[in-house]
Design a protein around this ligand. Structure first.
Ligand SMILES: CC(C)(COP(=O)(O)OP(=O)(O)OC[C@H]1O[C@@H](n2cnc3c(N)ncnc32)[C@H](O)[C@@H]1OP(=O)(O)O)[C@@H](O)C(=O)NCCC(=O)NCCS
Length: 201
């Protein structure tokens, strides 16, 4: 699905697949160390072949992953979002996101989050959790955006956030439609690493 960003340009949000292996590896190499640390809670200079297979060759039921690609340069992955179902509690899943540094604050993260929440509802997942470094307010905002009730368990340097999803799907389509009505609504100041000090109009 094509989804407008805050500046009116559009990205394509689609399911990831094994054909994305090389694109994902390249996108990862372009991330700043701060963004990699926020996503993986540690250093990961490059993705191994095992990592790439795990991250791209997903069944889209127990492991759902979406990418946002540039509409005009579809070989460029701008963001990735996924959830992995907990086999012990199949109505819950662990979610994670990353948006390439120069596109953070443009609305890709929230579009991916809403797309992930739609897929969760379609697959019978009722709540999504995520681990993030304390102070990662952009990530916390994404979890807030996806659901209704949000619980945050603060655990020293990391926070465990859980959101209960509303039982409605089709929200990404509505988000795209509402952005088309209001292009250029607002932007978030882009700062490398996902920790932006302020929101700008
Ligand atoms: C977290 C991340 C995916 C967000 O993606 P993004 O494209 O920058 O997000 P958006 O521009 O859609 O903004 C998402 C929300 O965060 C809010 N936000 C962004 N920065 C914020 C900040 N510093 N403080 C508070 N809210 C912030 C936005 O207002 C927006 O909220 P809204 O949709 O309710 O208006 C991105 O910053 C990133 O890749 N960070 C590094 C990796 C990471 O932290 N991953 C999460 C680990 S699970």
């Amino acid at each position: 699905m094509f989804v407008p960003l805050h500046d009116g340009s559009e990205v394509l949000i689609r399911a990831i697949g094994p054909q994305d292996a090389a694109l994902l590896r390249r996108a990862h190499q372009l991330l700043s160390p701060e963004t990699v640390r926020d996503r993986f809670l540690g250093a990961k200079p490059r993705l191994s072949s095992t990592d790439v297979r795990y991250l791209t060759d997903v069944d889209q039921h127990a492991h759902v992953a979406l990418v946002a690609v540039d509409r005009t340069r579809p070989e460029r992955i701008l963001g990735v979002a996924r959830w992995v179902r907990d086999p012990a509690r199949p109505s819950t899943a662990e979610a994670a996101f990353v948006v390439t540094d120069d596109y953070q604050g443009t609305g890709i993260g929230s579009a991916l989050a809403i797309g992930l929440a739609d897929r969760a509802v379609e697959e019978g997942v009722a709540s999504l959790s995520g681990s993030m470094l304390a102070g990662n307010r952009a990530s916390e905002a994404l979890f807030r955006r996806m659901g209704g009730e949000l619980t945050v368990r603060r655990d020293g340097i990391t926070n465990e956030v859980t959101t209960t999803l509303p039982a409605e799907s089709g929200r990404l389509e509505r988000l795209a439609a509402s952005r088309r009505m209001r292009p250029g609504r607002r932007r978030v100041a882009p700062v490398v690493g996902g920790h932006r000090p302020q929101l700008v109009a």
